[in-house]
Ligand binder design. Structure first.
Ligand code: AMP
Length: 483
């Protein structure tokens, strides 16, 4: 299969050649003809599969098939809207739109919160064909009357699963309500929970279904290793791996913004250049960190899950889970940053005793054990015992499995803060302080990140505190909560 077999016009093929792509990826081979045919599409595709070009190329071609509508002042009107969960993803999708549309007379624009409204208003006034946006800022513009979506023909919901995880369902419904009813809808999601299926039912009309990778599969181009390590030795082990391996572009994942800041400081004090990227950073700091990292000026980028979503770096060789995520699917998303589009990559996880439960959940999800390799001198010290993991001010997950928290929620914690089991055994999971399940905790943590990112522009409905809206219902006892 070649790009020339897909029905794309020469300006698009030319732009694809400029990118250096020779053959379409599987999602591109399937999605491009389907979208060109004009129908709705439900695409199951993980990050790194080439899905952005999969929807952008045919979208651009369809927009070229007839003249753009113009408003009273003869300015082109928005005909394609792409919604993404994060600013970084929005920026990257719009960059792709520009790259693939470089030989076409179409205008694109990216819109997200955390930056001034006025330049966005000015850009809208100049006329835009394709808008790539995060939901909060889009609705702000709509409420202020600075945005007209009445001529949208193509609507793309990218990374729909992450949108729902971040609590955007109300915003998505509001956006749908202001779009014209006749349009082509494309929905992309890495996972298909019941919530996603419900959204798809509402959004899509007899969609073509394309799924290119097994749900929650981990890319087989990524070599995965776990290094068991003492809780207090992680920093030194990370530095050791970077220096001994002569790694020059390392994406490091943390669970919290605070942890990301502390690790960044420590690395810089120990001769490893690092910057943090998370929701409390200004947009300009995030953009600079990403640019320096991409260009190779910065050796380590330390990121939280939300901030890292959508970061797209060709040939990123090393991803390190400095802390394992408490939501197993996030592991798959994290390691998907490397080994993209067929290149090989390495994903390293530094795992202390507290995280053994998270590791078990991840291995269950990816359906294979992950090789463990102890690095001499960094192994967990004899007698170290698992401790609860603090996810935020209100949430502590008992040492062990995040997912199992509910199974054991009624058990009295030990007063000394250690789990009920003795050392050396897999500790029982426990959730303290906050009664909702660990999955809910993860989502709430995600919202905190988002709120910090300046996306929290929508007031919570019915006067609820922001982080409390549409809290997921706890899963039935013994079941695995689905995202
Ligand atoms: P995506 O899944 O859209 O985030 O894309 C993942 C990565 O694959 C990006 O870095 C793209 O530049 C790259 N890519 C997309 N399509 C192709 C292709 N046909 N051949 C090689 N690389 C590609």
């Amino acid at each position: 299969m070649k790009f020339t077999d897909l029905g794309l016009t020469e300006p698009l093929l030319h732009a694809v050649r400029d990118q250096g792509y020779e053959t379409p990826t599987p999602i591109q081979a399937q999605a491009i003809p389907a979208v060109l045919a004009g129908g709705d599409l439900m695409g199951g595709a993980q990050t790194g599969t080439g899905k952005t070009a999969g929807f952008t190329l045919p979208m651009l071609q369809r927009l070229m098939q007839h003249a753009a509508p113009r408003d009273a002042r003869a300015r082109v009107m928005i005909r394609a809207l792409v919604l993404t969960p994060t600013r970084e993803l929005a920026a990257q999708v719009e960059e792709s739109v520009r790259a693939y549309g470089k030989y076409l007379p179409l205008r694109s624009m990216v819109m997200f919160g955390g930056v001034g409204m006025q330049p966005q208003i000015d850009a809208l006034r100049r006329g835009v064909d394709i808008l790539v946006a995060t939901p909060g800022r889009l609705l702000d513009h709509h409420q202020q009357g600075t945005l007209d979506l009445s001529r949208v023909e193509i609507f793309v919901l990218d990374e729909a699963d992450r949108m729902l995880d971040m609590g955007f369902i109300h915003d998505i419904k509001k956006v749908l309500a202001i779009l014209p009813p006749r349009r082509q809808n494309l929905l992309f999601s890495a996972t298909f929970s019941d919530d996603i299926k419900a959204l798809a039912d509402r959004l899509l009309n007899q969609p073509a279904l394309i799924e290119v990778a097994r749900r929650n599969a981990d890319a087989d181009t990524v070599a995965q290793t776990v290094h068991p390590v003492g809780r207090e030795r992680k920093k030194e082990l990370l530095r050791h791996l970077i220096l001994a391996g002569d790694w020059h572009q390392v994406l490091v994942f943390m669970r919290t913004k605070h942890g990301a800041n502390r690790l960044t400081e420590w690395l810089n004090e120990h001769d490893v250049s690092a910057m943090a990227i998370h929701g409390n950073k200004s947009q300009s700091a995030r953009t600079k960190a990403l640019a320096d990292f991409k260009s190779g000026d910065l050796r380590v980028l330390v990121a939280t899950d939300i901030a890292a979503r959508g970061i797209d770096i060709d040939q990123l060789p090393h991803v390190v889970n400095y802390e394992l995520p408490n939501v197993p699917e996030d592991y798959v998303h994290r390691i998907g940053r490397t080994g993209r589009a067929g290149a090989s990559g390495e994903a390293i996880s530094l795992v202390c005793l507290d995280e053994e439960g998270f590791l078990r959940d991840i291995e269950k999800l990816v359906r294979h054990p992950i090789a463990r390799r102890t690095i001499a001198g960094f192994e967990p010290p004899a007698g170290e015992r698992a401790e609860p993991i603090v996810l935020g001010r209100r949430m502590t997950i008992g040492a062990g499995a995040a997912r199992g928290g509910r199974r054991d929620a009624g058990r009295e914690p030990r007063r000394d803060g250690h789990p009920p089991h003795g050392p050396g055994r897999a500790p029982a999971p426990r959730l303290t302080q906050d009664p909702h399940d660990a999955h809910g905790a993860a989502r709430t943590a995600a919202r905190h990140d988002r709120a910090g990112a300046g996306h929290a522009t929508q007031p919570a409905p019915h006067g609820q505190p922001h982080g409390r809206r549409d809290r997921p219902q706890p899963a039935p006892r013994g079941s695995t909560p689905k995202r």
